[in-house]
Every structure is written in structure tokens, then in C-alpha cells.
Ligand binder design. Structure first.
Ligand code: SF4
Length: 1010
């Protein structure tokens, strides 16, 4: 006998909840309007279909609160209206109903029908679809690259067609027939036809494979249920979700059909609020023509008020999402609710709110609880596995290797059991960079096999550069030896292999390097749970792949599959039984709250965009009964409006201005806030914005708030001490710095950006070495300087000083020979690039030719020349106060003595003309004073740079002594500022920040704010 179906429409969300509570209580007399009854005393709790587990948990609490704590008794009129009478004697007793998601409803039916075959796991189905798709692609090539993400989409599409009550193969046959008519004249249709043929083949193979297994997927389960002679359904089912048009977690046409004919089901109630029922019930009536319509009137007056941040707008504007959570923490602190559990923070997307709430509500001392789940992928432990995959897929490049070794979840030991520490890893990093290591295990083995450097000789200073590099090499070699057996586990990921082999290798490598949490680690329990979840997933994946898909695949595809499934799995937060609820928008209507704050109400989030259909255009899917976007957004708007009326006392809606760094726009759903009249608004006091609820609030406030109760005694003392200190004049100022020896290059860095000088020279932070093909910029510069130095030395040996036009052929030959000798000493991989730089190519003149042309055209007046001219002396330079002496240290690329008694300073630049350059003028002063000390007076000739990437390489920076004075003056002014401790974040050209090695420690982002 078909069940009695009631479509129960409640006037508001409170009435909806009360009708549901009533239906969840056992009826104690014959059900009104039905012929059968289980009879008094036979308690058969109903099954309630909810959208998610989080909603089920909320509803369980609400039931306990209403029935056990409040001992609420449904008015007789309500009992009459919904046709469900309960005895007064049931006050305070509750038989908990079965709260089921759609998938769990299928589980319940599977159990009810006592089918022997188990249900197939989703992971197994995806592996089966992957194997089928790969086989199909050999017969009908798809017009796209077959990636694991697309395999998951194929499975989803197949399931959706089935849930709409169609046979995927039949629909594809029909589509192929239509497309073949158009394919000869339409490129789009041709592509769709190729795709259709591929999908036909893949789905046919997939269904054959599933049918051959013992397990049942959803399609096979439906067939088995229809054929079952047993009574497999619970007798009373209450549906609280909408259909697939209106709700992603809702019921599909095949589910509705099964319910209408489910053996054993005698009563089916669909309960919805008036807004949601509008449209939904009309669609349901088309499927179930014989329904009883019920209306549940409002049970309590509508008294919910809207909290507003300012009179102009009805929502609360916040800078970012963290600020939204903090604003709610301040509201709660100000309101001080007797029971924090009566408040809730409602989000549409769990991240980053769940993380932010853990930190910020925790820091504010506000207890919280959540039945929400986080993606497993967001757990740090799982991120460690991700780094390991990155390292393997990159071919073990230096950056990827060092990153995984630095992960806090990774621990590799040497043979003697001692762990590799951060200093060892830093030494390993520098050593690999020096060795020009660009990846692959073979290259790493070559480096290990190469002879080690000789130890520093006795008597060599322990802090000499050679000694330091030797120590680094020793540590680095020890690291290379220690990690090599561990990396050997990952060898199968260096090429195609069966997916199971890849996963096995990955799992073994991960287990060989995982750093287990210490017992006293506050995160130990969470880390262990994540670890167990990751281990279980890898084991399941390996088994599914080994059983169903032995085809070799690229390691990248297997890693994408692993990542996809880690993203698919979720991870429950530690449970609390009291505190503010952190709840998602689908579960919130099932809770009982006085106060609600809805966060992140942005375009693209409220309502969430629907999953894009990637295979076929909407007009082809219409006939299948595909969900309509208009219906979906209408239903989401209705649910948002219901949410606004959910709390008994007040609701607030907050909107961030920024999502991470991107500017975002408020949602159009905010129009719904207009339902609140002027008397329904509650302004949030402006001073609440400055309420210090966390330590950071109190300490970072301007000025700090030592009296804040959130501070402990130590923090309070520190804040008081800070306030008592005299105010600092400006940001970027330190105490005066003692003078030392200065290189002109370092002072030029100061002029480019004082903070960059501070980070590198004062703090001594190391620059990161980049992995690039060819020599690093610094090494390429050294090579060029060495080659030019040796060329001119050789030229001098042959009895020359300058280069005259007639000397050019000989000079070219000499320079070429010297350069070839230098190139032979380079590794083969670097040689070709440096050869082009030195000798040029068909489209660019090389360094050697450019140098010789400058010599011939401009430097014919040279009488004497020194190369790599050293400077390490006190030099008197023009300064603001007249003259100041600075200890200068450096090496001038070249000094020429001209035939008319002047000196010319020449500096080589591998790149373009420098800005803020002081070297020619300052060094000219130094050489003039050296000469004077030797009893010779010289003048200053035009000096400057040979910038080899310029079309005209000679860049004159100083024309005479006056120009040199200006350089020296700027130099001493900069030295004065360095010694006064002025290191502001003030790049001369912000473009420089893009290539700065200290960007991660620099507060340049805040420069505009200060
Ligand atoms: S990032 Fe920019 S502002 Fe910061 S130190 Fe580097 S150059 Fe200076």
C-alpha cells in the first residue's frame, strides 16, 4: 500500500522546528487518517532525512533541549494539524529518531532489504571509472586530456543522469545520433560527438565492471531494492530537505519515486518553511499527486531584531574574515550571554572561519563548539605528505628537497640515529646551490661520489671563508648520505608505473620520514588522528588500485588522485559540549539559538555558485530534468531569509571588505535585510569596536591597554613598561650604529633601500640562492670580471697597454684564447650560455667585442693601468660638515693613468647602467689620495662604467673632480645616516622589491599605512 504523504508547510522557521519536534515524538494512538497503527507501547522512531551530519547533531541537541530540558508539549491544534497525536504522558521522554543524510537513507534501505552484497565505496568506484576511462580512450580518443579530476567529473555526471531516472548509455546514444547529423558542419558538434563516443565506451565498461563485482553501487542498489520482496523501508520517514533543484543535499527524482513505492513505508512527511515550500511543493505534487497539504501556523511572535553597525547600512562591515570573528567575539563579550551555547556563528564556507574561530575565540576566552568538519588537506600533517609528493614530482630539485626536510612533520636520521637538524639542512641547501645542483637522484649521487674538499690546513683561521665552506660541505654530505636511502623509496615515482606501486612507494617514504608527535605536544591527539586518517586513505587507495587498475600511469596522475582524495576527506574538530556554536548555513536551521551572527555574506558565496557542468551545454541537459539555476538561487534566498528569523533575540550579518588580499563585493542576498523595519534594528555601540578581547588586541592597540582583563600579569607589566617608554621618533630607526669599514657597493645598497642594507649588513640575514639554469648572477659576474682581468694581463704581457685600431685583430685573438680557457673550466651545462655572453651570437654582440670597441674608441690615451686595484684605507671625503674620514674597503675593476696625468676609474657591470652609483667618484678620491701619499699629484679624468647590456656600453658617471666630489658627498651623507641608525623601509624604486631577498622580513606592505 502506498504511504500517506503529507506536505507540511510551516509559516516560519520556528513553526517548522516545532512541527518537526512533534513528528519526532512517538504517536500513542492510531494515526489520524490512516488505517494502521503500531499500537500503544510499540515505539518505532521515525527516520528524519537531514542535509548533513552537522545538521543531524544540531537537531539532536534541539530535540533534547525542547523535549527533555524545556519539556515542551505540542499544542493540541498543532497535533491535529499535522495528524500526529502524542499523549501528555510523554512529557520529558524521548526516543531519538534516526537522523539520516540521503546517503545514509540508502544505507538504511540496504540494511532493511538484507542484501548480501555490500555497498561499493566511492573510492573504489572512482578507481573503476579511471580504469574504464583509460581503456575507452584507446578506442575513442576523448577531445581532452584524461586527468584524475575529469574522471571524478565523469563519475558525477554518470550518477546524476541515473538519479534523474535516466539510463546514461541510452541518453548518450540519443545524443550521439543527434550530434552526428551536425558534426560534419559544426566544429563544436564534432568535438561533442568525440566526447560522447568516449563517454559511451567508458560508461559501458564501467557498468560492466561494477556488475561483475560483488558490491552494489547506488544504481545497482536501486535495482536490487525494486526487486526485493522484503519490507525494506522504515515505516515513518520525515523529509526536511528539498529536491535536487533547490538543494545540493536534497532528494533526486529516483529517491522520490522509491519513497512513494517503498515497501513498509506507511507515512511520509515533507516539512518545509513557507518560503522553501513555495515551488518545492508544486514540483512534489507533480510526482506525488495524492498528497495531503498541511499548514502550520506561526507559533511565536516574530521578535528577532537585526544588529546594525551604522545607521546607513544594515550589515556590519569588517576589514577581513578574521576581523568578522573578532567583531563577534566583542559582541559576545559585551552581551555576556548567560549560556554561550545559545549563540552561533554561521558561515557558508568553513574555511577560514573554523581556523579563525579556534584562534580568536580561544584567545578571547570564549568557549566554542562545532560539529563542522575541516578538509583533511588543511591539516598540517597532510600538508607534509603534499611536500613529499612535490619533491618526488619535481625530480628532487634543491628547493623542493629542502622544503620537505624543513617540514615540522618530517624527521630523517643519519646512520648513527642522530636526527638531521635545521643547521645541517641549511648547509645542505647552500652546498647544493654551490654545486649547481638542479635535481635528479643521479646528480645527487654524482655529487656524493665526487671527492670532498681537503680540510683547512693547520693554522688556517677557523673562521676563514674556506674553513666555513669546508664545514658546510661536511654537514651537507652527511645530510646527502642520510636522505639517500629514504629518497630511494620514491624511485617508482620517477616514471610511469601502476598507481598502486606509486601509492605504496609514497606511503613507505612517508612512514620512513614522519616525525611522530611528542606526548606533551598539545596538538598530539589531533596529529595522531590526522595520521591515522592519512594512513587509512593511502592503504585504501593502494588496495583499490591494486585490485582494479593495474595500468601504468604517470606519477603526476597518481599524485593528483591522492591529493583529490585527501581534499575529499574531512576531519572532525575536537568536540566540546558547550560554548558558541560554529555552524554552517545548512545545519544552522536545525539549532536553537537566541543570537546569531551570519558571516562572509559575499557575492559568490551567498548563494554559492552551482557546480559547473563541463560536459554538455545546458540546452542538451534540459530534457534530462537538470537542476535549474533560477530555482536553486530562489531556494537559497528563501533559506537565507529563514535564517534571519531563526534566533529568538537578535541576528547580525557581517560582510568583509577583503578576502585575503582581494577586494570582494557584498552579496545581493543582503536585500533580504529590508524585511526588518526601523524598530527592528539594534545598533552595535561604536565603542565596542575598540573592546580588547584578546591579548593581541590589548597589546597592539594604540596606545596599548595594560588594564585589559584579558592580559595576564606579565603581559600587563610589559604593556605598562612600553607605555612608560618615551615615544619613538620615527619607524625604521635603531640606536646609533658604530662606524666600520665601508664598501661603496654596500652604501649604494643603502641608497637603494635602507632596510635592505639593515637586513643584509646589520642583521646578517643570508640571501636565498635561486635555482636557475646557467651560472647564478653573482657567479656570472665573477666570471666576466676574471676573464677581462686575465685578457688585459695577457695583453700587457705581450707588451701592450691600450688597444689601437690596428691592434684589434691581435687583441681579438688574445681575448678569445683567454676566454676559451676560462670556459673550459665551467661545467658543460653552463658553458654554452656563458660562451654566448662572452662571444655574442648572430643577434647580439658579445662582451669581448664590446670591451675592445670601447678601448679603441675611448681609451686610446692610457699610459698605465692597474687591474683589481685594492683599496683598504682611511679616505678624507667631502661631507656636510666640511670633510669626514671613512675607512674604505674594496677593489676597483680597473684604474687607468692617462697620458695627460689624470686617473680614470672604470667599473664593469654585467647588466645595464646602475642607478644611485657612487663608485667612480668615491674610488677616484681614494686613488688620488693614494697617489698623493706616494708624492704624486694626479687629476680625475672622466670615469664610469662599462655596462655590457647597454647598446652603448660606456656610461660616464663623473667628468672631473667636481663630479667626484658630489659622489663623495652623497656617500658620506649616507654613511652618516647609517651610523645614526636610520633604516626605514624606503625603496628608492619599489620595483626593486620584486627581486628583493628580504621581502619576507620586510614590512613594505605597511609603508602606505604609516
Ligand atoms: S622588499 Fe623592498 S622595501 Fe623591503 S627591503 Fe627589499 S627593497 Fe627594501
Amino acid at each position: 500500500m502506498p504511504p500517506v504523504i503529507r506536505l507540511i508547510q510551516a509559516d516560519d522557521v520556528d513553526a517548522w522546528q516545532r512541527a518537526l519536534v512533534l513528528l519526532c515524538l512517538p504517536a500513542v494512538e492510531a494515526r489520524i487518517g490512516e488505517g494502521s497503527s503500531p499500537g500503544p507501547g510499540a515505539i518505532d522512531p521515525p527516520s528524519v532525512v537531514v542535509p548533513s551530519r552537522a545538521a543531524a547533531e544540531q537537531w539532536q541537541r534541539t530535540l533534547e533541549q525542547r523535549v527533555l530540558a524545556e519539556q515542551w508539549v505540542a499544542p493540541r491544534a498543532l497535533q491535529e494539524a499535522v495528524g500526529h497525536r502524542v499523549a501528555d504522558g510523554t512529557r520529558g521522554t524521548l526516543a531519538m529518531p534516526r537522523l539520516l543524510t540521503r546517503d545514509q537513507l540508502y544505507d538504511a534501505w540496504h540494511v532493511g532489504a538484507r542484501l548480501e552484497a555490500p555497498r561499493l565505496a566511492p573510492l573504489t568506484r572512482e578507481v573503476l571509472m579511471g580504469a574504464s576511462a583509460r581503456q575507452a580512450s584507446r578506442i575513442h580518443r576523448p577531445p581532452f586530456l584524461l586527468r584524475p579530476g575529469l574522471v571524478a567529473e565523469m563519475l558525477r555526471f554518470h550518477d546524476q543522469i541515473g538519479r534523474l531516472g535516466h539510463d546514461a548509455s541510452a541518453w548518450l546514444d540519443e545524443a550521439a545520433a543527434r550530434l552526428s547529423d551536425e558534426a560534419s558542419t559544426d566544429r563544436g558538434a564534432e568535438r561533442l560527438l568525440l566526447q560522447t563516443r568516449f563517454l559511451q565506451e567508458a560508461y559501458r565498461r564501467f557498468e560492466t565492471r561494477v556488475d561483475a563485482l560483488e558490491g552494489l553501487d547506488e544504481r545497482a542498489l536501486r535495482v536490487a531494492l525494486r526487486q526485493s520482496a522484503r519490507s525494506w523501508s522504515p515505516s515513518h520517514v520525515i523529509v526536511t530537505v528539498a529536491d535536487h533543484h533547490a538543494d545540493a543535499n536534497g532528494l533526486w527524482p529516483v529517491d522520490l519515486h522509491l519513497l512513494a513505492h517503498a515497501p513498509g513505508l506507511t507515512r511520509l512527511d515533507v516539512v518545509a518553511t513557507r518560503r522553501v515550500a513555495d515551488g518545492l511543493f508544486a514540483r512534489l505534487r507533480r510526482i506525488w499527486p495524492d498528497t495531503i497539504d498541511v499548514r502550520v501556523l506561526r507559533q511565536r511572535p516574530a521578535e528577532t531584531r537585526l544588529e546594525v553597525g551604522s545607521p546607513e547600512r544594515r550589515w556590519i562591515g569588517c576589514r577581513d574574515r578574521d576581523e568578522e570573528v573578532l567583531a563577534y567575539a566583542r559582541r559576545l563579550k559585551a552581551l555576556q550571554p548567560a549560556d554561550a551555547s545559545s549563540s552561533a556563528l554561521v558561515y557558508r564556507r568553513p574555511l577560514p572561519y573554523l581556523y579563525a574561530a579556534q584562534f580568536l575565540l580561544g584567545a578571547a576566552g570564549i568557549p566554542y563548539q562545532s560539529s563542522g568538519t575541516l578538509p583533511l588537506a588543511a591539516e598540517p600533517w597532510a600538508a607534509g605528505l603534499d611536500l613529499l609528493m612535490d619533491a618526488a614530482l619535481s625530480g628532487f630539485t634543491r628547493a623542493a628537497l629542502v622544503t620537505v626536510l624543513r617540514s615540522p612533520h618530517v624527521l630523517v636520521r643519519r646512520d648513527d640515529g642522530t636526527p638531521i637538524g635545521p643547521r645541517d639542512i641549511a648547509a645542505f641547501d647552500v652546498w647544493l646551490a654551490r654545486q649547481r645542483y638542479l635535481g635528479t637522484l643521479d646528480h645527487l649521487d654524482q655529487l656524493r661520489a665526487a671527492p670532498a674538499s681537503a680540510p683547512p690546513q693547520e693554522g688556517t683561521a677557523g673562521h676563514s671563508r674556506y674553513a666555513e665552506e669546508w664545514r658546510q660541505e661536511q654537514a651537507a654530505r652527511a645530510v646527502a648520505d642520510a636522505i639517500r636511502p629514504w629518497l630511494a623509496h620514491l624511485a617508482p615515482l620517477q616514471g610511469p608505473a601502476a598507481g598502486a606501486e606509486h601509492v605504496r612507494a609514497l606511503h613507505a617514504a612517508w612512514q620512513a620520514c614522519e616525525r611522530l608527535p611528542a606526548d606533551d605536544d598539545p596538538e598530539a591527539s589531533r596529529t595522531r588522528r590526522t595520521r591515522a586518517a592519512v594512513d587509512l586513505l593511502l592503504a585504501q587507495l593502494e588496495q583499490a588500485l591494486a585490485t582494479h587498475d593495474p595500468t601504468p600511469v604517470p606519477a603526476r596522475d597518481t599524485c593528483i588522485l591522492v591529493r583529490r582524495w585527501i581534499e575529499e576527506r574531512t576531519f572532525a574538530l575536537p568536540r566540546n559540549e558547550h560554548g558558541v556554536h560554529l555552524v554552517d548555513a545548512d545545519a544552522a536551521p536545525y539549532g536553537l539559538f537566541d543570537h546569531l551572527r551570519i558571516v562572509g555574506v559575499l557575492e559568490g558565496e551567498w548563494p554559492e555558485p552551482s557546480a559547473r557542468e563541463i560536459f554538455y551545454p545546458a540546452f542538451m541537459l534540459e530534457r534530462l530534468g537538470w537542476a535549474e539555476e533560477r530555482t536553486r538561487t530562489g531556494a537559497l534566498r528563501a533559506r537565507f531569509a529563514d535564517l534571519l528569523a531563526l534566533p529568538a533575540v537578535a541576528v547580525g550579518v557581517s560582510v568583509p571588505e577583503l578576502d585575503q588580499d582581494a577586494v570582494v563585493r557584498p552579496s545581493s542576498l543582503l536585500d533580504e535585510l529590508l524585511v526588518f523595519g526601523a524598530d527592528g534594528l539594534v545598533p552595535v555601540p561604536a565603542e565596542e569596536r575598540h573592546l580588547a578581547v584578546t591579548r593581541e588586541d590589548a597589546l597592539l592597540a594604540t596606545p596599548a591597554i595594560p588594564s585589559a582583563t584579558v592580559l595576564d600579569a606579565g603581559a600587563r607589566d610589559w604593556a605598562a613598561w612600553r607605555l612608560a617608554r618615551p615615544a619613538r621618533a620615527t619607524a625604521g630607526q635603531t640606536s646609533p650604529v658604530a662606524g666600520d669599514r665601508y664598501s661603496v657597493t654596500a652604501v649604494e645598497t643603502y641608497l637603494h633601500c635602507p632596510f635592505q642594507y639593515f637586513a643584509g649588513r646589520v642583521l646578517g640575514l643570508k640571501e636565498e640562492a635561486d635555482d636557475e639554469p646557467g651560472l647564478p648572477a653573482r657567479d656570472a659576474g665573477l666570471l666576466l670580471h676574471d676573464v677581462l682581468h686575465d685578457c688585459f694581463v695577457q695583453w700587457r704581457r705581450l707588451g701592450h697597454v691600450g688597444v689601437r685600431p690596428a691592434d684589434l685583430p691581435e687583441a681579438r685573438a688574445v681575448f678569445a684564447e683567454v676566454a676559451e680557457r676560462a670556459l673550459r673550466a665551467l661545467p658543460p651545462s653552463d658553458r654554452a650560455i656563458e660562451r654566448v655572453r662572452l662571444f655574442g651570437s648572430a643577434v647580439a654582440t658579445g662582451v669581448l667585442e664590446k670591451m675592445l670597441r670601447v678601448e679603441v674608441e675611448l681609451f686610446g690615451d692610457v699610459a698605465r693601468r692597474t687591474l683589481e686595484h685594492p683599496i683598504d684605507q682611511h679616505v678624507a671625503l667631502p661631507a656636510a660638515e666640511g670633510t669626514r674620514t671613512v675607512h674604505l674597503r674594496g677593489r676597483i675593476d680597473r684604474v687607468d693613468w692617462t697620458t695627460d696625468g689624470r686617473i680614470r676609474v672604470v667599473d664593469y657591470k654585467t647588466g645595464r647602467r646602475p642607478s644611485q652609483a657612487l663608485q667612480p667618484g668615491v674610488y677616484a678620491h681614494a686613488v688620488v689620495q693614494q697617489e698623493r701619499a706616494s708624492g704624486r699629484e694626479v687629476g680625475i679624468a672622466p670615469s664610469g662604467f662599462v655596462a655590457f647590456r647597454e647598446d652603448v656600453p660606456w656610461v660616464q658617471a663623473v667628468s672631473d673632480a667636481k663630479g667626484a666630489d658630489q659622489h663623495a658627498f652623497d656617500f658620506t651623507a649616507a654613511v652618516d645616516r647609517i651610523e645614526s641608525g636610520a633604516f626605514p623601509v624606503a625603496p628608492h624604486n619599489p620595483f626593486r622589491c620584486q627581486f628583493c631577498d628580504y621581502a619576507s622580513v620586510c614590512r613594505k606592505d605597511y609603508v602606505g599605512d604609516e
